[in-house]
Design a protein. Sequence first.
Length: 392
Amino acid sequence: MSHACFKFGAAMLAVLCSAAAPAATLSVAHSFDAGQCNLPQGSLLRTADGSLYGTCFSGGANRAGILYRLAPDGAFSLLHEFSYVSATDASEPGPGPMLASDGRIWGSASGGGGENSSGALYSISTDGSGFQLNAVFSADATGVFPSPLLQTADGSFYGITNQGGGRGGRGTLFRYSAGAGLVKVITFRSPRDAVFPTAGLTLGADGLLYGTANSGISSDTAGNEGTLFRIRQDGSGYQRLLGFQRATHGAFPTGELLLAADGNFYGVTTQGGPLGGGTVYRYTPAGQFTLLHAFSGAASDGAWPNGGLAQGADGALYGVTLHGGTGGSADVGTVYRVALDGSFTQLHSFDTTSPAGYAPYDRLTPAPDGSLYGTTWHGPAGASGTVFRIQP
């Protein structure tokens, strides 16, 4: 049973009102060459020296994706080209590579260990040496298509898979450790709980794992439009905290939940809400749901937020939409800012001809100077996308 409650009043006023746009500067940090990268993934890793690490879902010499580094001066380095056929490599790397406690970069991929794989975990040194295929997934045993990874204090990695996990399986929660290897913790089976999770996990201040699933009914009479859940690290104590309802919460939550500095969780839904274009919401540890912004698809607003949220140096929430804005077509997109009181500002609207490209995807990465970095799937004139920097 959901113990969330929905607040109207001042929150709804914030939903329907937008702040006047401040001056925001967007620049191109890197433009990908044709063939070098296709579908650059977001959720870039920023390390202490100011370097950015990211992946491309496909491209490179083997057409199976790449891992790259952008130095603080903008210099591009190709660190690894993934392979579809090698038994010791992965393919189609996902977003969100992370710097683990061993000092190496860890990530997930849709394939690995040769052809017909269901996903993989890999690690590599920050200079591109020492690539290692750490685990390969199987549809029945561990699930299919792993999410970005979360590392806990004991060194274990956690994530979810979108599908599979045995008979009736519709996704799994998994753990990887050096001692035990890859282990399926639970299988998601029932729409009354959660099915088809699409994002990674977030570690709460209480030590529990929090996540969302793209499907899951909210009641016997409501639609199958998403779930927010929590679970202990050992797989016990699963709780469905919220069943999303299209009109009030939004539909189809996506991206990892953000545990912000105020101790609350923040997230997005790609569709639904009072205006139909998706939502930004807050969920407190006490179980209170608040709608912060509802997207309408208007030129000054956008629609279909994706990839979750980042908290900027100013404490506000930043994200991207895949649709909407002033660009004039559906898959163009925007960058936006939402203050914790719900006030909304569109910072940038992409178009199909600008050097920064269009169709931003996944979470932005904040830097200490207040700027944020992101990626676009497409560049101008059919180019392969960009890494961009926005200074609010």
